[in-house]
Design a protein around this ligand. Structure first.
Ligand SMILES: Cc1cc2nc3c(=O)[nH]c(=O)nc-3n(C[C@H](O)[C@H](O)[C@H](O)COP(=O)(O)O)c2cc1C
Length: 199
């Protein structure tokens, strides 16, 4: 089984891209099979069309591949900047279309969709690597750090992934090259601790 690294950032020269590379290298270093999905580079279409709403809707080949990879993934690494307290739209679109009913969650028999869904993802753990330009104390006190709940509760918790470890790297805009090198090492360590032999 493979690990999925999902990257949502438009600039190949960004720190987010460097984080995704560090995560892929760390997983490869552990001997794991890694599939890296650069959503901007592949032109992932984030729009969920009406025809995909039904649980048994036919999926195009590219989306079916994403769904199969997500369903079978041993673990996830999600990499994205904080944009308005949310993931970039290309990534929320990936969540909308890929983490679909029958792939990532289902309602138990007799539940018409109003109850508590059951998670279906095989993955036991996920790492979320975020970047922002807001100091941690202000992010928490003024905004409530919405990405924490989005990834841990609203998405991975609902889909059955209970071990979600998140790190926010800030403040990017004032960071030094030495700081960014240390952060890349921190990201690699988090991936190794989460998915390594001792995990
Ligand atoms: C559309 C947009 C919205 C943003 N919203 C926020 C925000 O709500 N909070 C914040 O701290 N930074 C925000 N930023 C700044 C980004 O988080 C920051 O540029 C990024 O984390 C830096 O990483 P990078 O060097 O890999 O691009 C925003 C940037 C853009 C382009």
């Amino acid at each position: 089984m493979a690990y999925c690294v999902i990257l949502a950032h438009p600039d190949p020269g960004s720190f987010n891209h460097a984080l995704a590379r560090a995560a892929c290298d760390a997983l490869s270093g552990l001997g794991r099979e890694v599939h890296c999905y650069d959503l901007y580079a592949e032109g992932f279409d984030p729009r969920l069309p009406a025809a995909e709403l039904g649980r048994d809707a036919p999926l195009d080949d590219a989306l079916a591949r994403h769904c199969a990879a997500a369903a079978a993934a041993e673990g996830f690494v999600i990499v994205h900047p904080n944009w308005w307290g949310m993931p970039p739209a290309v990534l929320t679109g990936w969540v909308d279309r890929v983490l679909r009913p029958g792939v990532a969650y289902e309602f138990v028999a007799g539940d018409g969709g109003e109850g508590v869904p059951r998670g279906l993802l095989a993955a036991k753990a996920a790492v979320v690597l975020n970047t922002s330009n807001t100091a941690a104390a202000r992010e928490q006190s003024v905004f409530g750090d919405p990405l924490e709940r989005i990834w841990k509760d609203c998405i991975f918790g609902l889909c059955g992934v209970s071990d979600v470890r998140r790190r926010m790297f800030e403040t990017i805009v004032t960071s030094t090259p030495a700081q960014r090198r240390d952060w890349l090492a921190d990201a690699a360590t988090l991936v190794e601790q989460t998915f390594g032999p001792a995990a």
